[in-house]
Design a protein around this ligand. Structure first.
Ligand code: ATP
Ligand code: MG
Length: 402
């Protein structure tokens, strides 16, 4: 018996809760799935009720397609499946195929009918296929376990075809990148801001990255880290602009007139002013930072308020309620942690006092900034910014250089 034709079944959750916007959200999801797998070989995408199927007949890399699809935001799970006609015999063939190279002592069949006119109920299918498996493996120690089986054999019965698979891979969930608009993500070389950017992607945002460096006052290592982080994060959004903004000269002027305890907040306000202007050039309507309440002196409620005073777009802080351990765990899962912990001279270590003020007042900061030519400094940052673009999957070298 032939096992069937290979396919990847993609499930989504939150999108199915949307009513009016569902077609739009699905179009984004479909486009992102094709984008994420575009270098792996030709495949056919089909939208079925409640799921997307990627047909992989003759495809050279089915596992790679599954793994890429499992990273697409909006996806709740993916599985490499066998497609067969919706007849009991064909289903048995596919079930025999998926269990062929597996050893297990307990299993269950989980059949789901996506349409209720199929002549057998799911309970009847489970029984018939369960009996088939017991007979097929022919080992007395193998038994059915509905509670926690070693192998869960799933069938999705659709009118034209049935998908049979085991061990679905969880996806990130959330919404497809692109449905929620664009944010400018302030990216340091630290652990937190890459996680924050990823969280925004998972809520459907495209992220335009903005990194501030202090070249030539500090070495260019922070830029290299920012590039490596953006390259990694581009795996979730496929195309990422990165602005590299010189902050060193601005910091030098701040140091000349602002007392040490206030400097960190002044730097942050400069970053926000510059980032929102750069972000707006590429369509951003909000900023995102990696701040978590109380983690360091600049992240107290008072100092966050000082930063927001100069923002004319919302400043989103997706990590605000997370602790360092939770953030670190997520960074490890994303693969950004290893890059973030590379030693580096962060721009904020330059000209920063050991004890920044934790509660800077509005008048205090306004008085300090009155001695600076803010507009000129902002223009200096905006005009000095360099824009780079990252793509995933990377384009073949011959195309890039053409
Ligand atoms: P991170 O781990 O993201 O560096 P942090 O715990 O070091 O965060 P801060 O240094 O106070 O915290 O930075 C707070 C936020 O300000 C960062 O998460 C980031 O969004 C932004 N930020 C800080 N430094 C830079 C920088 N050099 N370029 C761009 N954004 C920055
Ligand atoms: Mg930092």
């Amino acid at each position: 018996m032939a096992a069937g034709r290979p396919a990847v079944v993609v499930h989504y959750h939150e999108i199915s809760l949307k009513r009016g916007n569902r077609p739009l959200f699905l179009r984004h999801l479909q486009r992102n799935l094709l984008q994420a797998t575009r270098d792996l070989g030709p495949l056919r995408l089909r939208q079925l009720p409640g799921r997307i199927v990627l047909d992989l007949e003759g495809h050279p890399k089915p596992d790679a397609v599954r793994d890429r699809a499992a990273r697409v935001c909006g996806v709740s799970s993916v599985a490499l499946a066998w497609r067969v006609p919706s007849t009991l015999d064909a289903m048995k063939g596919a079930v025999a195929g998926v269990i062929r190279d597996r050893t297990f002592r307990s299993f269950r069949i989980s059949a789901r009918r996506a349409f209720k006119t199929y002549p057998m109920t799911s309970v009847e299918l489970n029984r018939a296929l369960g009996a088939f498996v017991l007979e097929h493996v022919g080992r007395p120690e193998v038994r059915v376990d509905l509670g926690s089986p070693e192998l869960d054999i799933r069938l999705e019965v659709l009118p034209q075809e049935t998908m049979v698979y085991v061990e679905p891979t969880p996806g990130p969930g959330g919404l497809p990148v692109g449905v929620s608009g664009t944010v400018a993500g302030l990216l340091s070389g630290g652990i937190d801001s890459p996680v924050a950017a990823w969280r925004m992607m998972k809520r459907g945002c495209r992220v335009v990255f903005v990194h501030f460096h202090s070249v030539p006052y500090l070495p260019a290592t922070s830029q290299a880290k920012a590039r490596a982080l953006v390259e990694r994060l581009t795996q979730w959004q496929y195309r990422s602009p990165l602005f590299l903004v010189p902050l060193g000269e601005i910091q030098r002027e701040v140091v000349l007139s602002v007392r040490p305890a206030l400097r960190v907040v002044v730097y942050r306000r400069m970053m926000v002013r510059i980032a929102q202007r750069l972000g707006r050039q590429l369509g951003a309507s909000a900023l995102a930072t990696g701040e978590s309440l109380g983690q360091v002196a600049s992240q107290t409620l008072a100092n966050i308020a000082r930063v927001d005073e100069v923002a004319d777009m919302p400043v989103l802080r997706p990590l605000i309620g997370m602790d360092k351990l939770e953030i670190t765990r997520e960074a490890q899962q994303l693969g950004t942690f290893e890059i973030s912990i590379e030693p580096d001279a962060d721009c904020c270590t330059l000209f920063v006092p050991p004890h920044p003020a934790t509660r800077v007042g509005a008048e205090e900061i306004a008085a300090a900034e009155a001695r600076l030519d803010i507009e000129r400094l902002v223009a200096m940052g905006v005009e000095g910014a360099q824009l780079e673009t990252f793509e995933f999957p990377p384009r073949p070298a011959e195309l890039a250089s053409a």
